[in-house]
Design a protein around this ligand. Structure first.
Ligand code: AMP
Length: 440
């Protein structure tokens, strides 16, 4: 696949991109003054009609990086019917809604129309959107295919196809769906593919199939340290101990909004009941909840009626909710990439955030593997009155390090943590799916 080094543009304002004044007005209203690095690089290339393969995380400003030049192209050369000119595919309904909102904000001073096509919403209304003068469609793949059963010619005049969170879409098993949709899109279109990582075999394979001589932009800061997120871990003896730690943290740890991750739907429901049982204002989000309830929960969290969300990894990608400054991993995620996405729900747009992992002895190796993957040592912490007997692996315990401190946040000693054999991780944990030792 053709590759190109990322450009090092130093664009200081959005007006330097020669954008339509209506878009600049919207950008100003949204409060954005300086383009983010992904915007500096992707906007000019998209305006030059190049295909792009971009590695950029959520939180980097990538949505505006593709929406803004897409809208600019539509304003520069107005569309003739049938009007669907831009299709944006993404993995989850929540992410689609978020992109939809940003598109509507950017379109505020134009006549451009954005439509949302996701599962769990009225099919007939969506048919009307697909048939009547909608310029930009934001969709999840499954629902688009359902519409294809009735009619599949919607995207034959498409000018721009954008795949957002492509790695996640493939991990969720949407590969065939995406390819089936692309098959029905105008072959002369421009294509942009955004992924959190380019170290994903499926992404490279699909990029080879659908991008023409793409420019590759590597903006991923996945190993850059997340300087604005304080990463802590608290050791727990067992599940019950974790429940007590969770309740304490939600009640006493200073925060505006908290996000608690569980590895399974059942666990999420259990935590939700436990948290509600101690009188906290919490919501629950997982894939089996009815879409109306999911929307309502997100609305209540955004506007602050509830300030705790218990969720599965459904909430790990792309969600951008103001005020989340505490992320608790009740269960340790299964690999480093998932961990990064979970903690990325805080510390967004340069705000400060704290993330706390509750670690049982059975999760120690997984957690240590994630630390090595990130090349970071998390701060070991104990909560006064809730100290357990588990102190980590023997080697750490005998070193007399941070684990013994009471309700203190002390940095773990790098050298000691590094001694927790790399070989153990290599046998078991995150190294299975990816190649973290090469990832740095
Ligand atoms: P995203 O990576 O698209 O999820 O964006 C992350 C957050 O950055 C969102 O809240 C955006 O509204 C915000 N954002 C996008 N572009 C800018 C910008 N140029 N300046 C400040 N914030 C931005």
């Amino acid at each position: 696949m053709p590759n190109s080094p990322s450009t090092t543009s130093t664009t200081a304002t959005f007006s330097e991109f020669n954008l339509d004044h209506r878009l600049l007005k919207a950008i100003e209203k949204m409060g954005f003054t300086t383009p983010k690095p992904v915007q500096q690089q992707a906007i000019p290339l998209t305006l030059e009609h190049k295909d792009l393969l971009v590695s950029a995380e959520t939180g980097s400003g990538k949505t505006v990086a593709y929406l803004l030049p897409a809208l600019q192209q539509l304003l520069a050369v107005p569309a003739k019917p049938p009007r669907i000119q831009v299709l944006i595919l993404c993995p989850t309904r929540e992410l689609a809604q978020q992109i939809f909102q940003q598109s509507q904000q950017l379109c505020e001073f134009t006549a451009l129309k954005t439509g949302l096509i996701t599962g769990g919403s009225d099919f007939k209304k969506q048919q009307a959107l697909l048939n009547n003068n909608t310029d930009i469609i934001i969709a999840t793949p499954g629902r688009v295919l359902e519409h294809f059963q009735i009619e599949n010619a919607y995207f034959q005049s498409l000018r721009l196809l954008i795949l957002d969170e492509a790695d996640r879409m493939l991990d969720m098993g949407f590969s065939d769906d995406v390819l089936a949709i692309v098959e029905q899109c105008n072959k002369q279109r421009q294509t942009l593919l955004f992924s959190a990582t380019l170290r994903h075999f499926g992404v490279i394979k699909i990029a080879d199939k659908m991008l023409k001589s793409p420019r590759v932009l590597s903006l991923n800061t996945i190993h850059d340290g997340h300087d604005n997120i304080t990463q802590q871990l608290v050791l727990a003896d067992d599940h019950d101990h974790k429940l007590k730690l969770l309740a304490w943290l939600l009640e006493h740890e200073p925060h505006e909004k908290a996000l608690v991750f569980a590895n399974t739907r059942l666990r999420a429901e259990e935590l939700y009941n436990a948290v509600r049982g101690v009188g906290l204002r919490a919501g629950l989000l997982h894939g089996e909840i009815d879409q109306k309830d999911r929307n309502r929960t997100m609305f209540l969290l955004r506007e602050g009626t509830i300030n705790t969300l218990i969720a599965t990894d459904l909430a790990a990608r792309g969600l951008d909710i103001k005020g989340i400054n505490l992320v608790i991993n009740f269960d340790i995620p299964r690999n480093g990439i998932d961990y990064i996405h979970r903690i990325g729900r805080t510390g967004r747009a340069d705000e400060q955030g704290t993330t706390i992992a509750l670690v049982k002895h059975t999760e120690w190796n997984l957690m240590a593997g994630i630390e090595r993957f990130l090349k970071q040592d998390f701060i070991r912490r104990t909560l006064k009155g809730l100290e357990g007997s588990y102190q980590g692996p023997k080697k750490l315990k005998s070193s007399g390090k941070a684990a013994g401190s009471k309700d203190k946040k002390e940095p773990a000693k790098k050298a000691v943590v590094k001694k927790v054999k790399v070989r153990e991780r290599d046998r078991k944990n995150i190294g299975k799916r990816r190649t973290p030792t090469k990832a740095g």
